[in-house]
Design a protein around this ligand. Sequence first.
Ligand code: DUC
Ligand code: ZN
Ligand code: ZN
Length: 467
Amino acid sequence: MALDTIIKGGMVVTATDRFQSDIGIEDGLISVLARNLDDAPEIIDASGLLVMPGGIDSHVHLDQPGSPGIVMADNFETGTRSAAVGGNTTVLPFCLQAKGQSLRQAITEYERKAEGNCHVDVAFHLIVSDPTPHVLGQELPALIEEGYTSIKIFMTYDDLVLRDRDILEVLAVARRHGALVMVHAEGYDTIRFLTDQLEQQGNTAPFFHGPSRPVVVEREATHRAISLAELVDTDIMIVHVSNRQAMEEIRRAQQRGLAIYGETCPQYLVLTENDMDRAGMEGAKYVCSPPPRDHDSQLACWEGLQQGVFEVFSSDHCPYRYEDEAGKTNVKGKTSFRYVPNGIPGIATRMPILFSEGVDKGRISLNRFVALTSTNHAKRYGLYPRKGTIAVGNDADLVLWDDKRKVTITQDLLQDGCDYTPYEGMEVTGWPIRTIMKGRTIMAHGVVSKPKNGTQLKRTLPRVKTY
Ligand code: DUC
Ligand code: ZN
Ligand code: ZN
C-alpha cells in the first residue's frame, strides 16, 4: 500500500456513524480507514476536527442567462470557488434550455462554460422549458441514458412555465427512462393576477415580492404537481419548499406511499418576509422564489428536516449583484419588484448555517447533518457511493470541520462573485477548515488552491431509497 495522503487523528462522521479513525488516500480514493496510519508523503493533522463527506449541493445556478440585461454574479470559476470555501466538493448546477433551443445545444454550451473552470466536481440537471416532440421523444431519452438523470421544470415564469399537459408529458418521459423530475411549485396565473393587482395599487417596492406569491400560491402548485406525478405514477422532488402548507402536502403524499421528495434551503430557516421590508432597494437583496415567509414557516421547515419530509438541504445559490444595473438594482427593478431578479447567493454559507442552527443548537444530529448536506444528494441524484460517504474505494472528498469555531459571516469571506450576502453579520458556530477533493486539498483556512481540478460527472439513475 503506497498512500499519498493520510488524514490523521480526526473524528470521522458519516450519515450513520461516528468513529475515531485516520484516513489513508491513494490515487484520489479512500484506501484505508484505520488507527495509527503514519506512512505517506503528506500527513494532514485533523486532531480535534470532524472529518465528514465533502458537501454536495444539488441545487445551484451558475452562469445561467436570465432576462435581457440581467447577468448572474457567478460563473463556474467563482461559484465553485465559493463552494470549496463552504466545504463542498460537488455541486449540481442547472443547464437551462431556452425556448426554441435544443437540449443538446444547451448542454454543449454549459459544458463548454464549465470545462477547466471548476474547483469542485460538477454534474448538470437539465431545465426543460420547451418540451417539443423532438425533445421528449429523442433528446431527453438520449441525455438521460448519457447520465443527465434529473430534470427541473417550472410551474411559473413567462420564459419557463409548463402547462399541466406539458408537465404530464415530461413526467411520462422521466418515468419511462427512470429520471427524476424536480419541480418549481408556484402557480403562474395566481402570481400574475396578484402582481398586476399590487402594481395597480402602487405597491411596487421589493417587499411586495412576498405578497405577490403568498403561501397559497406555493401550496396549490405543490398539490397540483403531486397530483400530476400520482397520475403518471412517477417520483418527483419538490424543490425549495418554504412553508408549512407545502411541507404538509408533501408529508401527506409520502404517508400515502407516493415517492414525493422534498428539499428546503437556508433562506427558509433564517430569513423572513421582514427582510424584504427595508429602505429603498435594500429589500431586493432578499428577493428569491419562493420568498422567505414567517416564523411558523421556519419551524415547519425545521420539522421537515427533522422528520424526514425533506431529504436534501440545498443552497439554491442564484446570485445577482446588488450595486449593479445587471443585477438587483437594474433600472426596471427600481420601478417594480416584478423586475427584480429572483435569487440569492448561499453556496458557501449553506453548511455553516445548517451546522450552527441545526447541530450546534440541538435541532438535528450530526449524522442527519451529513445526510442532509451530502449523502442524500448523492443517493437521490445518482452519485452514490462514489460520492457522499466515507468508505474504502470511494472518492476522497472530505471536509475537515471545526465544530467549535465561531465565525461572523461577511461577504469577503465567501469569495463568490456577488457583492453582498443576505447573511452578513450572522454569527455561526462551526466552520470548514479544509476541503479535500479526490485526495487533494482545494481549500485550507479560507485559501482556495489555484488549480481547478473539478470534473464533470455523469450519473446513474437516481432510484435509491434514502430512508
Ligand atoms: N427558482 C430557483 O430554483 N432558483 C432561483 C429562482 C427560482 O425561481
Ligand atoms: Zn425554482
Ligand atoms: Zn434554484
